[in-house]
Design a protein around this ligand. Sequence first.
Ligand code: PEP
Length: 250
Amino acid sequence: MNNRKMVAGNWKMNKTLQEGETLIKELDKLISNPACAVVIGVPFIHLTTACNLLKDNKFIQVAAQNCADKASGAFTGEVSAAMVASTGATYCILGHSERRTYYHETNAILQEKVNLALENNLKVIFCVGETKEEREANKQEQIVKQQLQEGLFHLSAEQFKQIVIAYEPVWAIGTGLTATPEQAQEMHKYIRELVQEKYGDLAASTTILYGGSCNPKTAPELFSKPDIDGGLIGGASLKAEDFSAIINAQ
Ligand code: PEP
């Protein structure tokens, strides 16, 4: 297995606990010996159940979709990185455009979250990507560079080994519009070059996922590109057959 390869699901705010259990049991049956790492990003309340249901499954790891930017204390409604880790989850998705847009998470806030996730031994799937307006103004590289520099590039090389980058053009998320494989490859190559400039040879082993309306039809061509190591999958991760078909596209 190329050890850069990964398919990660992002359930977002979907599935009751009971519905989540059903999906996890389906995935547990369907996904055996995948050609890539598999991660499912579930709502906080599903974390313990997901980790328990999958404790004998060597292939599927569990992620939270967020964590607090504070370690602990009087922050009503928040969930800390330590709490996430205590469930058995091994990943945390950070910087998703929905968090950046609806919950005003800036690169500075995300830097704190990344630090806390790593301090608690969570690996991070860090999302970057430009809006439609930014692409139309041809600013996509500038935006992605700034998100990486301000959210991640303060890390040491040792810390950076725990990072997966997900390029998710905002205009492609949940819209049915997928970046063309060429558009995605161009950005992934650029991201790998930025990682190379900052962390040298680590760039060759850094996993860079594509996200944005990726589905069983579009995944094979996207995943065939040299710098696209897999996908971060939203809508299509909610159906076991679709998610499993995307994994099989690796
Ligand atoms: C996502 O939420 O990360 C995502 C890529 O969503 P979708 O696949 O539904 O576009």
